[in-house]
Design a protein around this ligand. Structure first.
Ligand code: NDP
Length: 347
């Protein structure tokens, strides 16, 4: 059978912005003769995520991430349907997911490496397994719960950067549900700010590209900032930390503003910000969702309930076609998405 796949064509290089030209579409023939334990899957949805920028480098800089190899098929989060199976745990029609799904229209995969999903958890929105009821939702929920120290009745103010993105849009809503009295989002366009306030129930939003973050935060967070869910790092985060109260908590989730730069993770802070953290006893702890997978099952169940009961609203930006996965990745890295960036491969 003829299938299409995406391979890594070139690397952006140190300090380089990724470009769709770093990816190449190929047509290959796939022999669907399965060996014991294998399944043939048809890809439904693929996820593009910021961590993939590290996989484009020869050295990812992280021991839990392997680099993508040149001219090899690229992989990441995916959802698909089993079309043929020689794995006893899976049958035709099962919907499955994996963190190592090839960017390919059909693929032969090892059945044991796939996770069968329960469609009722997402009321038929299968792409949610890559977002709100998948690793993104887990990152937001467990990040807030494990590192945020949000306490009902404590009159806390939370700020979220990257707030209109996949993790950020969920983290802010979870902060509100968990008891923060004020949740402020920082993001890169007026359209995104509007969506945060009007659709997702954020108290206020700041456009970091056009507004003075410090002045706006002083205005809309009169009691200072207690919890900061940090997705972006850099100048945005330094401005937020400056407004933080004594004993506050920074959830160090990601630092996307630095991912095209050749700096260690987490990137170093300015002397001034380090001094603020120290003098105000602000805890700034790195959060890695993969370290909390023992809590994933219960957390996914909770996320599913929150989404189905519309206590959490889910935003997605969906692009169609395997030929557009690289385009979608680069667009997400530049802020082209509202909510989770998804690529739909087939119906
Ligand atoms: P998003 O959906 O948030 O997409 C990325 C967003 O980052 C863009 O939409 C863009 O929005 C914003 N952005 C890009 N460049 C900059 C910049 N220079 N300054 C400020 N914002 C920028 O992606 P995810 O929700 O998947 O990931 C969000 C963060 O969470 C990332 O840092 C990621 O690495 C991290 N993460 C961490 C995990 C963990 O276990 N710790 C797990 C999963 C994700 P805008 O228009 O606002 O600029």
């Amino acid at each position: 059978m003829q299938v299409q796949r995406v391979v890594l064509n070139s690397r952006p290089g140190k300090n380089g912005e990724p470009s769709p030209k770093n990816f190449r579409l190929e047509r290959i023939s796939l022999t669907p003769d399965l060996e014991n334990g294998q399944v043939l899957v048809r890809t439904l949805y693929l996820s593009v995520d910021p961590y993939m920028r590290c996989r484009m480098n020869e050295d990812t800089g992280a021991d839990y991430l392997t680099p993508w190899e040149l001219s090899e098929c690229v992989d990441g989060g995916g959802v698909g349907v089993v079309e043929a199976s020689r794995c006893s745990a899976l049958t035709d029609g099962d919907v499955v997911t994996s963190f190592n799904w090839p960017w390919q229209t059909h693929a032969v995969m090892i059945g044991d490496g796939l996770q069968k999903v329960d469609l009722q958890m997402v009321d038929g929105h299968l792409s949610y397994f890559l977002g709100a009821v998948g690793i993104t939702g887990l990152t937001a929920l467990l990040g807030v719960r494990e590192k945020g120290h949000v306490t009902k009745g404590a009159n806390q103010t939370m700020v979220v950067s990257g707030a209109a993105g996949a993790c950020g849009s969920l983290a802010g809503q979870i902060g509100r549900l968990d008891g923060c009295i004020r949740v402020v989002g920082i993001c890169g366009s007026d359209e995104k700010c509007k969506a945060l306030v009007e659709d997702l129930g954020f108290s206020a939003a700041v456009n970091y590209r056009s507004e003075d973050i410090s002045a706006r935060l002083q205005d809309i967070c009169p009691d200072g900032v207690d919890v900061y869910f940090d997705n972006v790092g850099g100048a945005v985060s330094e401005a937020v930390i400056e407004q933080m109260n004594k004993g506050g908590h920074v959830i160090l989730c990601g630092q996307i503003s630095q991912y095209n730069k050749d700096v260690p993770y987490p990137p170093p802070l300015s002397d001034k910000t380090q001094e603020i953290l120290q003098s105000r006893s602000i805890m700034r702890e790195r959060f890695m969702v993969l370290s909390y997978m023992s809590k994933a099952e219960a957390a996914l169940f909770e996320l599913s309930q929150l989404v189905k009961s519309a206590q959490i609203k889910v935003l997605e930006t969906v692009v169609n076609g395997i030929e557009n996965v690289g385009v979608a990745f680069c667009s997400m890295m530049r802020g082209g998405n509202i909510g989770k960036q998804i690529v739909k491969i087939s119906d």
